[in-house]
Design a protein around this ligand. Structure first.
Ligand code: TXA
Ligand code: MG
Length: 350
């Protein structure tokens, strides 16, 4: 499948020539990675079966794991979804463009390959000028999962995309580092009570302030393959680098002392240890190979740094990555814990 992956550098302005070129590739059925506010997505024309199947092939993604379709406006949803509930319209008004994906009944125009054969479709309008201009210029709804090889951490820069997908996709639009760093909140709108299938920046509390009761239907551990799950993506091992990941959760002092023990234990066995640490812990635990999750009480910094930190330490051939789980667990912190728990081979609570 060796392709010559083009790198297009875009500023996001209306009429940007690089974006026009990327849109042309999309219209012709190609695959283009592009930045959104959450993570980089790997896009293709959502209504073109062949184009969408190229996404699955490039990522090595299981065919039953459906894609999110990115739209440029609320109106565009009417063409793709039917029986759109009133609450979904309220959420669009409140949070779009933004990191919120809504699952609704699909119209038959959306092919099976895009929805993994489900009778629902996931829709979102991203809050990123490059993404929006690309959607506008292509004139198409754009199916786009995160632009990583299946099972790897989601990409937050164009370099991450290239390290996984160079030679496997037609182009990447480089728009610099994304602003959020974790994927969107996914909400199933098809039942009586809307249901969060994946946590993200937009929290249950924020959703409830807009539409009333919302349920949670995710847990933070990887499901066994055999289990039937609502969101097919939830059953696959996610976000994991090749290194062994150990998460230590708890209060700062207890986490630090357990991490000290683990570090000296692994060092004595000759392992190459990498640490993902809060700034507070970093001052106390000076190990050569560290990556900062940011300030302990600023979970939005952990959100932005988590995936790039896992990739950074993995690239430097850490045998073991120990993650400091003493950062603030609420707000977007909930989503950070969800992702890091899924990436972890072992979770230690102290
Ligand atoms: O922030 C994001 O959502 C990023 C950017 C690129 O927009 N995209 C993203 O896509 O994270 P992906 O494919 O990596 O994750 C989509 C998740 C998967 O867990 C998938 O199973 C779920 O959404 N999903 C998609 N369509 C669904 C549907 N019809 N029903 C239930 N779950 C669905
Ligand atoms: Mg993904």
């Amino acid at each position: 499948m060796k392709k010559d992956t083009r790198i297009l550098r875009a500023g996001g302005k209306v009429g940007d020539e690089q974006i026009i070129e990327a849109a042309r590739i999309l219209r012709e059925g190609g695959t283009v990675a592009f930045p959104t506010e959450t993570v980089y997505g790997l896009g293709a024309d959502a209504l073109n079966e062949k184009a969408v199947s190229r996404i699955f092939k490039a990522k090595g993604r299981p065919a039953d794991n459906p894609l999110i379709v990115h739209v440029g406006s609320k109106e565009r949803c009417m063409e793709l979804a039917r029986n759109i509930p009133e609450k979904a319209l309220l959420l669009m008004d409140e949070f779009w463009p933004g990191p919120l994906t809504l699952i609704m009944e699909r119209k038959s125009i959306v092919p099976d390959v895009t929805t993994g054969g489900l009778d629902t479709v996931a829709l979102r309008m991203p809050e990123n000028e490059i993404a929006l201009e690309l959607i506008r210029q292509s004139g198409k709804p754009i199916a786009a999962p995160s632009a990583n090889l299946s099972g790897r951490p989601s990409p937050t820069t164009a370099e991450h995309v290239l390290s996984d997908l160079c030679g496997r996709i037609d182009a990447v639009v480089d728009g610099g580092e994304v602003s959020i760093g974790l994927e969107s909140t996914v909400v199933d709108m098809t039942g009586d009570t809307p249901c969060i299938l994946r946590p993200g920046k937009i929290t249950k509390e924020e959703l409830e302030a807009c539409i009333g009761d919302v349920r949670i239907a995710y847990d933070d551990k990887v499901h066994p393959e055999s289990e039937i799950v609502r969101s097919p993506g939830m059953k696959y091992t996610h976000y994991s680098p090749d290194s062994i990941v150990i998460l230590v959760e708890g209060e700062n002092d207890a986490v630090i002392s357990r991490m000290k023990e683990l570090i000296s234990d692994f060092h004595s066995r000759g392992a190459n240890v990498g640490l993902l640490l809060t700034d507070e812990s970093k001052r106390i635990l000076p190990v050569e190979m560290t990556y900062s999750l940011g300030e302990k009480d600023r979970p939005e910094q952990a959100a932005k740094n988590l995936f790039s930190g896992l990739r950074y330490l993995d690239e430097r051939k850490a045998d073991i990555i120990i993650v400091d789980g003493s950062f603030y667990p609420d707000g977007i912190g909930k989503a950070v814990f969800n992702r890091v728990r899924k990436a972890a081979d072992m979770i230690i609570k102290v």
